[in-house]
Ligand binder design. Structure first.
Ligand code: NAD
Ligand code: MG
Length: 387
């Protein structure tokens, strides 16, 4: 295999660490030259990763931590940079591929830069598609790179999606574990805190996505992500609750066939697929033992207890900037929930309120429209939170 140049955005996070593990499994320095790793305020961890994995550059998004990063890297020959300009530099290092694994809307601008520079984008950051949808896809196309999903559900769909059978496509069926509160009553959910909400039954992930899984906002984002990624009509996007997280998603065709991708709930399979695409390379991840599994369960999602799913349908039906609005308002209420300023169920109430206030925006024609809708949604969510 030829050595490929890779930048890892969000290297200190859950996806970032798994990516570094996968790179080591795929041959380490013989397979990938790490042009840059990026992180946020945790510069000690960032410097350690950069040194351990031989990255050429490390970038902290937090400008105030630049001096600390520089100090931690002194004598190593690894370049240090910070802030938006540092992320730009990381995006422009002649990368063959970029792992986009910064959490939230903060990931949009650097990923767009990497796309414009022509890199293939291994996309973990679902917010890029939820907020910017067709504009983001267009930016990747114009750059000339490929867009390869890393989110496990979308990787599953991508793996079994027969593009040449598009006319015979019925639907995609996104599986959802149901999260830690799958069987909890609305009344109980009213009182849960962030420590309880972050404990996911099957997947080990970053803090925000774990809480989004408990509220099923994660699934809501994934519905919109799938709509854009596979160019689907809203009614072609289905969700089924599957508590074991073994089937990662499915595609249904007009002849009644369903193709599914299965595996242990381990993000390294989806990451490895994206990094090796179009090949499949060996990974030491758990193999499924069907006799041990014995059964797989399914149930309909409950949009009353999990209103986020209803909001995703609303956003898909309205189209335009509603995805950006949903995501911006959700991120603000999620932060408030983590800090104890907002109840668990209020996250959906606030988001729905902001979506109703901003339901008549024209469709975005530029990325600036997306940023404007995002910041207006954030401002309105913050104001609803104060009431
Ligand atoms: P995480 O919280 O573990 O890591 C986030 C990374 O982003 C860290 O490196 C952090 O330093 C960086 N970061 C945070 N704020 C930033 C900012 N303002 N500017 C620049 N960098 C910043 O998150 P994660 O679980 O690894 O998820 C990353 C992305 O991948 C998210 O969009 C998430 O939805 C998506 N995703 C994650 C998983 C998973 O299993 N963890 C699965 C599917 C999709
Ligand atoms: Mg997912």
């Amino acid at each position: 295999m030829q050595t490929r140049r890779i930048a890892i955005f969000g290297a200190t996070g859950s996806i970032g660490i798994n990516t570094l593990d996968v790179i080591a499994q795929l041959g380490g320095k013989d397979a990938f030259e790490i042009t840059a790793v990026t992180g946020n305020s945790n510069v000690a961890a960032l410097a350690r990763l950069a040194i351990e994995h031989g990255a050429a550059m490390a970038v902290t998004a937090d400008e105030s931590r630049y001096d600390d990063l520089k100090r931690a890297l002194s004598g190593t020959g690894i370049e240090a940079a910070s802030g938006a300009s540092g992320l730009d530099e990381a995006a422009n290092r002649n990368n063959d591929i970029v792992m986009a694994a910064i959490v939230g809307t903060a990931g949009l601008a650097p990923t767009l830069k990497a796309a414009a520079a022509g890199a293939d984008i291994a996309l973990a950051n679902k917010e890029c598609l939820v907020s910017a949808g067709p504009l983001f896809i267009d930016a990747v196309k114009r750059g000339g790179g490929m867009l390869i999903p890393v989110d496990s559900e979308h990787s599953a769909i991508f793996q079994v999606f027969e593009e040449n059978q598009r006319r015979a496509l019925d639907r995609v069926i996104i599986t959802a574990s149901g999260g830690p509160f799958r069987q909890m009553s609305l009344e109980e959910m009213r009182h849960v805190d962030a420590a309880t909400a972050r404990a996911h039954p099957n997947w080990s992930m970053g803090l925000k996505i774990s809480i989004d899984s408990a509220s099923m906002f994660n699934k809501a984002l994934e519905m919109i992500e799938a709509q854009h990624l596979f160019d689907l009509a809203p009614e072609q996007v289905e969700v089924v609750v599957h508590p074991q997280s073994i089937i990662h998603s499915m595609v249904g065709y007009a002849d009644g066939s369903i193709l599914a991708q299965l595996g242990a709930p381990d993000m390294r399979t989806a990451i490895g697929y994206a990094l090796a695409y179009p090949d499949r390379r060996p990974l030491s991840v758990e193999r499924l033992d069907f006799a041990k599994l014995a059964r797989l369960d399914f149930e309909a999602p409950d949009e009353t207890r999990f209103p986020a799913l209803r909001l995703a349908r609303l956003a898909m039906a309205r189209g335009g900037l509603q995805g950006a609005v949903l995501n911006g308002a959700k991120e603000v209420s999620l932060e408030a929930f983590i800090e104890g300023r907002c109840g668990f169920l209020e996250m959906a109430e606030i988001t729905e309120g902001v979506m109703a206030e901003m339901d008549n925006l024209p469709a975005a024609t530029t990325i600036d429209d997306v940023y404007q809708a995002d910041s207006e949604a954030r401002r309105r969510a913050a104001s609803l939170l104060r009431r």
